[in-house]
Design a protein around this ligand. Structure first.
Ligand SMILES: Cc1ncc(COP(=O)(O)O)c(C=O)c1O
Length: 447
């Protein structure tokens, strides 16, 4: 077991009440907390110094591994040099530098970058840009937004409106008006235990034609999808699905947004999944991996034509009435630049691509274990569906996550009744084996 990095012992809190944890069963957590005090590379360390293998890259974000020295140094230096500069009407050099670096990684003519602080803000930004773009071009009737069932686009009102996760929507009122949804691309009967993109399901993109027929193309602004739906348990796009969606959007003048908050920065073996699928969307949302999780940051990359459409009118007038106090925060930009250097210097996207077959092989090795109903994987991701105990949907995967942490020193994620593994891209073949050996023991333990 790797030893904990030398640092003073971190105090264990003695009052857990005030903190309301996000997307967490608070009472269960506070009765038996899972605390993490430090991290380095592939491991977390608990307050009592136990090393825990990170099977999930934080929450799909620490793609370069934890607390990497160049990123830490860049953040420290920037904090000492420039804590903050106004994001409106002023700017600092690293914002331009990072935008250029991100644009250079993006496919086609996606060459302008709008920064924000999270995936949710990136999604709301993209949806607003889509609506405004049609407006400034004189097609203001294009107000409808199309998402997809089982999509996750963060927790802003825009994101939950186009998202397709019922628990994230049902308590929050009527949401945005004029939203419709494509069907999910997942079908266990036709796709179970597919490695990578399933063969079945490209035709589901044609459902967009049905939606266009229902509403008329002149009312539709944009379609937003994740190239691989992550938060609902790793649902890779079927072969041919995304090009078909692109073609239908082109035919009807509808913008296509890829939400690459998870798939960006190497998760599927490329800077962006758009490259893997040979499809150029009109916008890409990103977050998480841009700073390897070290400082909050998100953004939207847009095609040149979209940016240009706004660059009109008097020179002194704001072209897009949108932005955040912390857009392109200096610490996030410094972290982003150091992170992109690491991805490049260590060829981490290529590394993910090379590891994919071994990863998929190891994941599929869990087939046949008790209650395993399906396994999906693409890039360095795996979703393992478990059968539910009667009347307790989600409990088996939750127990598996908890046991993995306490008994196997492994962090996995529970998404509904799916165990999800998505390690940092620096994972070794030995650590892949360790992860799936531990996951197998846990699955047996919750049988
Ligand atoms: C595809 C996608 N979009 C948006 C988000 C929201 O990101 P954030 O939690 O940073 O707001 C997520 C988060 O997991 C995501 O997976």
């Amino acid at each position: 077991m790797p030893s904990a990095p030398a640092q003073r012992a971190t105090a264990v809190p003695n009052d857990l009440e005030a903190y309301w944890l996000p997307f967490t069963p608070n009472r269960a957590f506070k009765a038996a907390p899972r605390l993490i005090a430090r991290a380095k590379d592939m491991h977390y360390y608990t307050p009592d110094g136990r090393a825990v293998l990170d099977g999930t890259a934080g929450m799909w974000c620490t793609n370069a591994g934890h607390n990497r020295d160049p990123i830490v140094a860049a953040i420290q230096a920037e904090a000492a040099a420039l804590d903050y500069a106004p994001a409106f009407q002023f700017a600092h050099p690293k914002a331009f530098e990072l935008a250029s670096r991100v644009a250079a990684l993006a496919p086609g003519d996606l060459d302008h970058v709008f920064f924000c602080n999270s995936g949710s803000e990136a999604v709301d930004t993209a949806l607003k840009i889509a609506l405004a773009y049609h407006n400034v071009r004189g097609e203001g009737a294009r107000t409808r937004l199309i998402g997809r069932e089982r999509g996750y686009h963060g927790v802003g009102f825009g994101g939950i409106s186009v998202g397709g996760m019922v628990n994230n929507r049902k308590l929050f009122g009527a949401l945005l008006a004029g939203v419709d949804h494509l069907p999910t691309t997942y079908n266990r009967e036709h796709q179970a235990f597919s490695k990578g993109e399933p063969e079945w399901g490209a035709h589901l993109a044609d459902e967009l034609e049905r939606i266009v027929t229902l509403h008329d193309a002149s009312t539709i602004a944009a379609v937003i999808v994740e190239p691989m739906a992550g938060s609902t348990g790793v649902l890779p796009a079927p072969k041919g699905y995304l090009p078909r969606l692109r073609a239908i959007c082109d035919k009807h003048g509808i913008l296509l947004v890829f939400d690459e908050v998870i798939t960006g920065f190497g998760r599927l073996g490329h800077a962006f999944a758009a490259e893997r699928y040979g499809v150029v969307p009109d916008m890409i949302t990103f977050a998480k991996g841009i700073t390897s999780g070290s400082v909050p940051m998100g953004g939207v990359i847009v095609r040149k034509g979209i940016y240009d459409a706004f660059m009109r009118g008097p020179m002194h007038v704001v072209e897009l009435f949108h932005g955040y106090t912390y857009s392109a925060h200096p610490l996030a930009c410094a972290a982003g630049l150091a992170t992109l250097d690491l991805y490049r210097d260590e060829r981490l996207f290529e590394r993910a691509r090379k590891l994919e077959p071994a990863w998929a092989e190891a994941a599929m090795g869990l087939k046949g274990l008790p209650n395993v109903l399906d396994i999906r994987c693409v890039g360095l991701t795996a979703g393992i569906d478990l059968g539910s105990r009667p009347g307790e949907v989600g409990k088996r995967a939750y127990d598996a996550m908890d046991k993995a942490f306490r008994q196997e020193n492994l962090v996995v994620r529970a998404a509904g009744e799916t165990i999800v593994l998505t390690p940092p891209l620096i994972v070794s073949e030995g650590e892949i084996e360790e992860m799936f050996t531990k996951a197998a023991r846990v699955i047996k333990a919750v049988a």
